[in-house]
Design a binder for this molecule. Sequence first.
Ligand code: GCO
Length: 390
Amino acid sequence: MSSIDFPRRFLWGTATAAHQVEGGNWNNDWWAWEHDPASPCVEPSGDAVDHYHRYREDLGLLADLGFNAYRFSLEWSRLEPEDGEVSLAALNHYRRVIEACHEVGLLPVVTFHHFTTPRWVAARGGWGAPDTADLFARFAQWAAEGLSDLLSIVCTINEPNIVATMGFLTGVFPPGLQDPGARERANGVLIDAHHKAAAAIRRAAPGCRVGLTLAMSEWTAVDGGEETLDELRGPMEDVFLEATRVDDFIGVQTYSRNRISPAGYLGPEPDAELTLMGYEFRPQALEATIRRAAGVTGLAVFVTENGVATTDDRRRIEFVRRALEGVHRCIEDGIEVLGYTYWSALDNFEWVLGYGPTFGLIGVDRGTQQRSVKASARWLGGVARANALG
Ligand code: GCO
């Protein structure tokens, strides 16, 4: 079979998020949530995988494997631990991380908010309070000014749709509300925050490309579920896609599909292969979401997350191979795709589910923090180095 070649300068990356990998992120709403007996969290994040101290080792592994990009997030609660009180020590830490990326040839893709919000912001209403958009934009401007010479691609907010839906509608994420009106309002605050932060970042760091990242699924109507599908997808995806038209790219983050009947979410097909997240093993979902994101927004697409939680590394390779075949079909049809980012570089803290679901290309023994490179890491790193799927 001939190899499938990807465009020149295609980005091949892996992703992490501060709270899931750094360790000791105690000053945010998630640390409080993890220790709240009323929350569904199965365990606290604790030391995570100590990436805060081990990032050079991890970046070196990723560069040696063949990747050319690395997506990670800034922890707002480290950088602004109290209202208006900023930490230059924390800013210099993230400068060192970005400089380390450049030193080993990894293009840094910097996310400014990845699910976690400082306790002092959460205490004033968090994403349920309209002025949080201004607080976030103020933080984004300060951080972007401090990092401006090192930034090239910035994701303002990771999955604002998940922050709003899980925090204000399903109640699984902090603040644990189950109120459709609150979810709609949070959607609006997050969109306002994205627009204000993106403008601030562009002013502070002219020339860098800015967008948000959106959790997107393939959607399948079953037994006349079309109308219900549109009702559910609207506030989950469409409002955000509509809001991103002024951006430089749309970050697409896809794991599986939603099956929708007239009564709502159906869950996976009865005999479907499931991942450790309980999702249908559905690598072809990524092609569907790339096509939809590009079609609705007209923007370049950056796959900022795609991956699979499994203990069978062979299934991980099969999943990514099939996902990449779909990415390539989109490119062949003229859709601009900036790159592919695998979630995640490292097995890490999977939010409410703790450390059980393993997505990583690199395993971690959290007793010793010893890293172990999986076969899938070597395989995908080889694809990245060749810029082709053999
Ligand atoms: C998300 C987050 C990641 C998750 C990943 C696997 O998209 O939910 O960006 O933090 O860990 O998606 O669920």
